[in-house]
Design a protein around this ligand. Sequence first.
Ligand SMILES: [Zn+2]
Length: 139
Amino acid sequence: MTAPVQVGPSTNGGPTPDRPQLTDKQLRVLRLIAAGKSRNAIATSLGTTPGNVANLSRRVFAKLGAVNAPHAVFLACQTSLLEVEHPRRTIKPRRHGDHAGFVAHKRRGEEPCVECRAGEKAYKAERWAARKATHLNVA
Ligand SMILES: [Zn+2]
């Protein structure tokens, strides 16, 4: 059998403590694991045996300080060993001319457009009127 898997931070000093150095083959294994491939599929991709893939995976887990495959993928993402591709966020059509539109402009650091400024003015006036009405009712 292989040497026992060392879990936790290594003491023999890698390139950087938080980003372990993997060989090209180990990185390929990690990418295939992250892609959800089975051990047999990874073996086929790499032209090796499932047993060898298991050994490679154990080396990868040990280097990352991971206890299993999901943990390894998580740690690899955290240390940017694996880059996560974010699907383009769907951009909602923007609505202009009300308070939400005004806030959206501000949040983007933009100068609110005319419609939104008018909408915000109306919103404030409405709130002011509502507050005034409440005070009048209380008094
Ligand atoms: Zn606007």
